[in-house]
Design a protein around this ligand. Structure first.
Ligand code: FES
Length: 127
Protein backbone atom coordinates (compact mmCIF):
# COMPACT_ATOMS: atom_id res chain seq x y z
CA UNK A 1 0.00 0.00 0.00
CA UNK A 2 1.26 3.47 -0.80
CA UNK A 3 2.35 5.50 2.19
CA UNK A 4 0.57 8.61 0.99
CA UNK A 5 -2.91 8.79 -0.51
CA UNK A 6 -3.41 10.14 -4.00
CA UNK A 7 -5.37 13.03 -2.56
CA UNK A 8 -2.56 13.99 -0.22
CA UNK A 9 -0.06 13.83 -3.08
CA UNK A 10 -2.33 16.00 -5.20
CA UNK A 11 -2.55 18.68 -2.49
CA UNK A 12 1.22 18.49 -2.02
CA UNK A 13 1.96 18.85 -5.73
CA UNK A 14 -0.78 21.39 -6.45
CA UNK A 15 -1.44 23.17 -3.18
CA UNK A 16 -4.57 25.37 -3.07
CA UNK A 17 -4.59 28.84 -1.51
CA UNK A 18 -0.83 29.42 -1.39
CA UNK A 19 0.21 32.95 -0.52
CA UNK A 20 -0.68 35.73 1.84
CA UNK A 21 -3.67 38.07 2.21
CA UNK A 22 -3.01 41.76 2.36
CA UNK A 23 -4.93 43.36 5.23
CA UNK A 24 -5.88 39.97 6.60
CA UNK A 25 -8.27 40.07 9.57
CA UNK A 26 -6.40 37.33 11.39
CA UNK A 27 -2.97 35.80 10.99
CA UNK A 28 -1.67 32.75 12.82
CA UNK A 29 1.81 31.35 12.76
CA UNK A 30 2.87 28.15 14.47
CA UNK A 31 5.84 25.86 14.33
CA UNK A 32 6.91 22.43 15.38
CA UNK A 33 10.11 22.63 17.39
CA UNK A 34 11.09 19.05 16.58
CA UNK A 35 11.13 19.24 12.80
CA UNK A 36 11.47 23.02 12.52
CA UNK A 37 8.53 23.34 10.13
CA UNK A 38 6.52 26.56 10.16
CA UNK A 39 2.97 27.29 9.00
CA UNK A 40 1.31 30.66 8.63
CA UNK A 41 -2.41 31.08 7.91
CA UNK A 42 -4.12 34.29 6.78
CA UNK A 43 -7.86 34.80 7.14
CA UNK A 44 -10.21 37.32 5.59
CA UNK A 45 -13.31 37.46 7.76
CA UNK A 46 -16.63 39.10 7.06
CA UNK A 47 -19.84 38.79 9.07
CA UNK A 48 -18.33 35.96 11.10
CA UNK A 49 -17.58 33.96 7.98
CA UNK A 50 -14.18 33.09 6.54
CA UNK A 51 -14.31 34.75 3.13
CA UNK A 52 -10.80 33.78 2.15
CA UNK A 53 -7.92 31.79 3.56
CA UNK A 54 -4.33 31.50 2.40
CA UNK A 55 -1.19 29.94 3.73
CA UNK A 56 2.58 29.99 3.65
CA UNK A 57 4.18 26.79 4.86
CA UNK A 58 7.87 26.12 5.15
CA UNK A 59 7.71 22.46 5.86
CA UNK A 60 7.33 18.90 4.75
CA UNK A 61 4.96 17.66 2.07
CA UNK A 62 2.36 16.54 4.60
CA UNK A 63 2.36 19.98 6.20
CA UNK A 64 1.85 21.61 2.81
CA UNK A 65 -0.97 19.20 1.92
CA UNK A 66 -2.55 19.80 5.36
CA UNK A 67 -2.49 23.59 4.93
CA UNK A 68 -3.92 23.28 1.45
CA UNK A 69 -6.78 21.04 2.59
CA UNK A 70 -7.43 23.00 5.80
CA UNK A 71 -7.78 26.30 3.93
CA UNK A 72 -10.16 24.61 1.47
CA UNK A 73 -12.23 23.24 4.36
CA UNK A 74 -12.66 26.56 6.14
CA UNK A 75 -13.39 28.84 3.19
CA UNK A 76 -16.97 30.03 3.30
CA UNK A 77 -17.53 28.57 6.78
CA UNK A 78 -18.81 30.41 9.87
CA UNK A 79 -16.19 30.99 12.56
CA UNK A 80 -17.98 28.71 15.03
CA UNK A 81 -17.45 25.82 12.64
CA UNK A 82 -13.92 26.84 11.72
CA UNK A 83 -12.93 26.82 15.37
CA UNK A 84 -13.91 23.18 15.63
CA UNK A 85 -11.82 21.93 12.74
CA UNK A 86 -9.56 19.20 14.07
CA UNK A 87 -6.34 17.87 12.62
CA UNK A 88 -8.11 14.52 12.37
CA UNK A 89 -10.73 16.00 10.07
CA UNK A 90 -7.98 17.49 7.92
CA UNK A 91 -6.19 14.14 7.73
CA UNK A 92 -9.45 12.34 6.92
CA UNK A 93 -10.21 14.82 4.14
CA UNK A 94 -6.81 13.91 2.70
CA UNK A 95 -7.85 10.24 2.77
CA UNK A 96 -5.59 9.56 5.71
CA UNK A 97 -2.00 10.15 6.71
CA UNK A 98 0.71 7.84 8.01
CA UNK A 99 0.71 7.89 11.85
CA UNK A 100 4.18 9.40 12.08
CA UNK A 101 2.95 12.30 9.92
CA UNK A 102 -0.15 13.16 11.95
CA UNK A 103 1.75 15.93 13.74
CA UNK A 104 1.96 17.77 10.41
CA UNK A 105 -1.84 18.08 10.32
CA UNK A 106 -1.75 19.37 13.90
CA UNK A 107 0.08 22.44 12.62
CA UNK A 108 -2.94 23.29 10.44
CA UNK A 109 -5.36 23.04 13.36
CA UNK A 110 -3.08 25.17 15.54
CA UNK A 111 -2.39 27.79 12.87
CA UNK A 112 -6.12 28.28 12.26
CA UNK A 113 -6.79 28.62 16.00
CA UNK A 114 -3.92 31.13 16.26
CA UNK A 115 -5.39 33.15 13.38
CA UNK A 116 -8.82 33.16 15.05
CA UNK A 117 -7.24 34.30 18.31
CA UNK A 118 -5.46 37.10 16.48
CA UNK A 119 -8.74 38.15 14.86
CA UNK A 120 -10.49 38.09 18.19
CA UNK A 121 -7.77 40.17 19.87
CA UNK A 122 -7.75 42.73 17.07
CA UNK A 123 -11.48 43.19 16.87
CA UNK A 124 -12.67 42.35 20.36
CA UNK A 125 -15.13 39.90 18.80
CA UNK A 126 -15.33 36.67 20.69
CA UNK A 127 -14.86 33.64 18.48
FE1 FES B 1 7.25 18.70 10.49
FE2 FES B 1 5.69 17.52 8.77
S1 FES B 1 7.64 16.87 9.40
S2 FES B 1 5.30 19.32 9.90
Amino acid sequence: MALYSEKLMDHFRHPRNVGSIENADGVGEVGNAKCGDIMKIYLKINNNVVEDAKFETFGCGSAIASSSMATELIKGKPLGEVKQLTNKAVAEALDGMPPHKMHCSVLAEEAILAALKDYSERTGNAV
